[in-house]
Ligand binder design. Structure first.
Ligand SMILES: [Zn+2]
Length: 199
């Protein structure tokens, strides 16, 4: 079986600023299902430091990369992402905006469908009225089901779309080029986060 890894971005360098908006999903049956859907605006961020690492993430798991990181990833032809220009808020605490490196919003587009059943994730319930689905926790890591996997270097599984998974090749490229603020855990060895109640 091929190796897959969860991309972990431990340190904070950017945060959401004013200017972001999300669609509101309202359930016709259950007001408790009301939630934010897709972002309807471009990503707007402010930088917490001029020394922004190659990989950053907002509290809502939007990923931001430096121009250097984008160069590295595209030059070797890694797949499963696209980039967009983020709005950088001028109300940032950093006085000299010129010091902020060129940044890109990094959108993961690769897909691996549902995780392998050995992960232990099952549908707990779903709402036919608004489409909300609650899955149980993964009990044995996030195991990629290779029959669903589109082969991208950056991808997600349906049940846990905020968990960015990467190929062995992507991990090697990131490590060999010394891209900063990216750590990896083998996806099949992922533990349910401590302190988070299982759904
Ligand atoms: Zn509903």
């Amino acid at each position: 079986m091929r190796g897959f890894y969860k991309l972990i971005i431990p340190q904070k360098f950017v945060e959401l600023s004013d200017g972001n908006d999300w669609e509101g999903i309202v359930c016709p049956k259950d007001s408790g299902h009301q939630r934010a859907g897709r972002r309807t605006t471009d990503l707007h961020i402010h930088c917490l430091s001029t020394r922004v690492a190659d990989f950053s993430s907002t509290i809502l798991s939007d990923i931001v990369v430096t121009n250097h990181a984008l160069d590295v990833l595209t030059q070797v032809g890694l797949t499963g992402f696209e980039v967009k220009n983020p709005g950088i808020c001028s109300k940032t605490r950093i006085k000299n905006q010129c010091e902020i490196p060129k940044l890109w919003e990094f959108l993961v587009t690769g897909k691996a469908g549902n995780a392998h059943p050995d992960s232990g994730i099952v549908v707990k319930w779903q709402c036919g009225a608004c489409g909300l689905i609650r899955y149980t926790a993964f009990e044995h890591g996030l195991i990629v089901n290779e029959t669903n996997y589109d082969g991208s270097d950056f991808f997600t599984v349906t049940e846990y779309p905020k968990y960015v998974l990467i190929s062995e090749r992507a991990k090697t490229i990131i490590e060999e080029n010394g891209l900063t603020n990216a750590h990896f855990v083998e996806s099949s060895k992922l533990q349910w986060p401590e302190g988070v109640i299982k759904p």
